[in-house]
Write a protein that binds this ligand. Structure first.
Ligand code: 1GP
Length: 231
């Protein structure tokens, strides 16, 4: 799983709770992106997740589920990303929900397909920040320390810098990246133009484009080349 993810430079994150036409989905899946992450912070159900997965499955494209709600874990994805929110003040989002899921459904879990992500949530105005009570006021040193705790203490394979809804501090993300030696750094948040996609691609291993798919599809499509062309 992690070897596959390490190849990804650009991914689209699609929200099962939002409508997308077949035409738009076709453009997204044929855009040259490396993968689709299915995920969102609210309104995710088993039915809307199955529906989106089966529509994306018509394409030869990796498709993984980022698990945010236990009731909406659907079999059939290529893999399952499991966020552990490092800067959550509500510890359930770091380990509690995970423990409950394993206690309840452990015998069903396809462990080989799971990858844990050390999430650092950085936009106070995002749903994920409110839900997890994330301490988003982080200096660069503080963010780096979370990332290093993820990589070196917890041995997490992925650090996800989550600015969902706003474009982040590229210096902070870049410095965090420089201080990691083996964890894969994913950046997501506020990419609404090829320029921003290119900037994020300079500081992260994988760039995630979400919201703009629903508000300006053509801009979203342009981010693919911007990321791929960036060195
Ligand atoms: C959200 O990181 C992703 O989980 C992408 O963020 O929706 O702001 O692009 P945007």
């Amino acid at each position: 799983m992690i070897d596959m993810i390490k190849q990804w430079r650009h991914v689209f994150k699609l929200d099962p709770d939002r409508e997308i036409t077949d035409e738009a989905l076709d453009l997204i899946c044929m855009s040259g992106t490396d993968a689709i992450i299915v995920g969102g912070s609210s309104g995710i159900t088993y039915d809307n997740t199955v529906d989106l997965m089966s529509r994306v499955r018509r394409y030869e494209l990796a498709c993984v589920l980022e698990v945010s709600d236990l009731e909406a874990v659907v079999p059939g994805f290529d893999g399952y990303l499991i966020p552990m929110v490092l800067n959550a003040t509500d510890s359930k989002w770091m380990i509690g929900h995970h423990q409950q899921a394993i206690e309840r459904y452990g015998y069903l879990i396809p462990w080989d397909l799971l990858i844990a992500e050390g999430y650092i949530v950085l936009n106070a105005d995002s749903t994920v920040a409110r839900m997890t009570g994330a301490d988003t006021e982080l200096t660069t040193d503080a963010a780096v320390a979370y990332a290093q705790a993820a990589e070196r203490l917890l041995n997490l394979p992925i650090v996800y810098m989550e600015y969902s809804g706003t474009f982040g501090d590229m210096e902070l993300v870049g410095e965090t990246h420089r201080q990691l030696t083996k964890a894969h750094l994913i950046y997501g948040g506020g990419i609404d133009s090829p320029e921003k996609a290119g900037q994020a691609a300079q500081v992260a291993d994988t760039v995630v484009v979400g919201n703009i798919v629903y508000s300006a599809l053509h801009k979203a499509l342009e981010t693919v080349q911007a990321v791929k062309q960036s060195v």
